[in-house]
Ligand binder design. Structure first.
Ligand code: ACO
Length: 325
């Protein structure tokens, strides 16, 4: 059984910042409403950036931080629900532009749980000893999936990318402690986005497809506050641990109130649940790696800390990964 180590973390967001007041000039909403219901104050929105360009920036930073060459990378996985194209994958575009000629690359989509699902996939591939150095990135430009007339979703989302470089190394102390992933496809209709393609002439329903988010916010909220604590408890129980053993809970940033409810449910103080949704909004698969990178930079997460990464969202999906950093 090999060990794994997160060698580096990195993140990036588009330069353009759109705050709640600017949104209030575009649709009937207010800074008060958005702040009270979600904790969001501003979000970064792509102007020239794309999902692949954000992910390439993250990959380049990861190489520099871990002092590796592009040719040292064996695997590149991008978790995204907002790729540039259906093909080529974002990860293949990153692989090509990075010149990572020894790496295989593919995308996965588990919406806001994408980073945790990606960790699972990368872990399995490293365990099979097929690869040594893996890059996992969560990257999104959700702004292109937003109907900017629809205040019920437009205020929630933002753009960005974050990632980790994971190495399979017998010299390191194990990084992956345990995990619990779950998919509830029967609830999928409660959160949809990015319907693709145009109806062919043979299709009976010629209604144009819609790229935009449609969400039953209340239902997703209830799903999250029930399923995330369960997922965290089950992942911890599997490792013979309790919430007391966790130094930091790195949760998907969808809504500050959801994080507060989850902390309450687990009877853990909010000081162990860092928040950055005020700055970025909900960036789906990018939210956990962006937060993780900030916490590592601020030294709020240190080597040896036990962290619980937990995501939830479209699918519907939920997942927790317990990691010793
Ligand atoms: N500004 C002002 N008023 C608004 C806005 C807005 N931006 N949006 C909705 N409203 C109004 C509604 O029209 C409604 O008015 P009405 O009472 O006159 O009908 C009122 O505010 C309340 O609306 P609700 O939707 O009931 O508000 P709620 O308290 O449920 O908050 C929210 C909505 C923030 C979306 C919440 O339900 C939530 O966070 N849900 C979870 C969503 C989530 O996490 N989604 C991401 C999943 S991640 C992924 O996979 C992408």
């Amino acid at each position: 059984f090999e060990d794994f180590k997160i060698m580096a973390t990195a993140s990036t967001v588009p330069e353009r910042i759109v705050d709640n007041n600017e949104l209030s000039t575009m649709m009937p909403t207010s800074d008060d409403w958005i702040t009270q219901r979600t904790g969001i104050k501003r979000r970064h929105v792509a102007t020239t950036e794309t999902t692949s360009s954000l992910c390439l920036t993250v990959a380049t930073k990861l190489l520099a931080k871990s002092k590796l060459n592009a040719s040292d990378i064996d695997l590149i996985v991008v978790a995204t629900m907002s790729p540039d194209y259906l093909t080529p994958s974002v990860s293949a575009m990153v692989q090509g532009k990075l010149g990572a000629t020894n790496a295989i690359a593919f995308d996965i989509d588990a919406a806001c749980s994408g980073f945790v699902y990606g960790m699972h996939v990368v872990k399995q591939m490293l365990m099979a000893n097929q690869q040594k150095n893996a890059i996992l990135i969560g990257g999104e430009t959700l702004s292109k999936l937003i109907d900017w007339q629809d205040r019920s979703t437009a205020v929630l989302f933002g753009d960005g990318a974050g990632g980790v470089l994971i190495r399979n190394t017998s010299a390191a102390s194990g990084s992956f402690v345990s995990e619990k992933l779950k998919t509830l496809g029967e609830l999928g209709d409660n959160l949809t986005a990015g319907q693709t393609g145009e109806p062919s002439p043979f299709v009976s329903d010629q209604t144009p497809r819609s790229p935009f988010f449609k969400m039953n916010g209340r239902r997703v909220y209830r799903f999250a506050v029930k399923n995330v604590p369960e997922s965290i408890n089950e992942a911890l129980a599997h490792a013979g641990m309790t919430v007391e053993d966790v130094d930091c809970f790195v949760l998907h940033q969808a809504n500050q109130r959801i994080v507060e409810r989850i902390a309450d449910e687990l009877a853990v103080p909010m000081s162990k649940f860092p928040i950055n949704i005020d700055e970025y909004g909900n960036t789906a698969a990018a939210s956990e790696p962006i937060l993780l990178d900030e916490l590592v930079k601020q030294q709020r997460i240190k080597r040896g800390d036990v962290i619980a990464l937990s995501g939830f969202g479209g699918g519907l999906t939920v997942g927790t990964m317990i990691i010793k950093y």
